[in-house]
Design a binder for this molecule. Sequence first.
Ligand SMILES: [Zn+2]
Length: 309
Amino acid sequence: MSDVRQHADDIHDQFSDHIDVSVDDVEERLTTLVDEYKVPIDEARRSVTNHYLEEAGLEREDISRGGSEAANVEDVDEPEQWIDLTAKVIELWDPRSDSVAQVGLLGDPTGTIKFTKWAKSELPALEEGGVYELRNVVTDEYQGRYSVKLNSTTVIEELDEELEVGDDTSEIEGALVDMQSGSGLIKRCPKDDCTRVLQNGRCNEHGEVEGEFDLRIKAVVDDGIDAHEVIFDKEATEDLTGLSLEEAKEMAMDALDTTIVADEIMDDIVGTYYRIEGPTFGRYVLADDVEELDGPADPEQLLIKARSM
Ligand SMILES: [Zn+2]
C-alpha cells in the first residue's frame, strides 16, 4: 500500500461512522495536495482531516480514537501502526534537527521506547517525568529499533497519576559466536537526525555524503539455548576491545583499508564468553554493561545442549 493510500485509509477509518466518504475520495484529496501543491504529507493529512471534520460537524477530539488502538510499549513490533499510548516521559534529549521539536524516551509498565515530536505538528511540550495519554501516534522502525512519532493528528492529554515504568533490560551469558557485517569502523550519515550507516559512501536516504566515522559491533551471543543479537555502540566497543575510535582510524589509514578493524576485533572477541546486560530494542540487545567470563557460566547447560545435538 502506498504512503498516501495508507493515510487515506486511516482518515477514512476515522470518518466512516460519521459521513459517507470513500477511501478513493480521501486519497484523491491527499494526492492533489501532495502532487499538485507539493504539500508535505503530514500537512496534507491535517488539511484533509480538517475538511472532513467540518463536513461532519465534528471536533478533532471526536474522531481522534478512530484509527488508532490502545497499546502497550511491548506491543510495538511493526512500523506504521497508529496507536494510543499511556506513557511517562523518562528522558528528553536534545533534538539534532530543527524539524524535531522534542525527542526522548517514553516508558510504560511493559518497557521503554523512543519518541519524536515534529516541530511542524505544533503540539504542546511534554515535560520530563510527566505522564500522558498520547492518542494517534504512529510507530516507526529503524534497524530493528522501534520508535513512535507524535504528529499533527496526535492528541496529548496530561494525566494526574503515577506510572510504573517496566524494566526491559535483558541479561545474557554466553559465547560470542559471530560478528555480523556492518561491524568495526563504519561511517554514518551526518545529515540531521539520520545517522544511517553508509554503504559505499552512500546513505539510503540522502545519497552520497561525507560520512562520520563510528565504531560499533553487531554480534551474535549464544547462551546455550538461544542466539541473541547484541549491538555494542562506540563506548561499549572501545571498552570491549580496548581499541579507541582514533586508534581504529589510524589502523585503517595505515592499511588503506577499513575492514582491517573488523578483522582485528573479530579475532579478539569471537569465541569469548561474556555476561551482557542492556535494554532490548526490537530484536537487539544494546550492550550497556559487559563482563568477560572465563568460560561457560554454566557448563552443565552446555553439556545438556551438547548431548541434545
Ligand atoms: Zn542520511
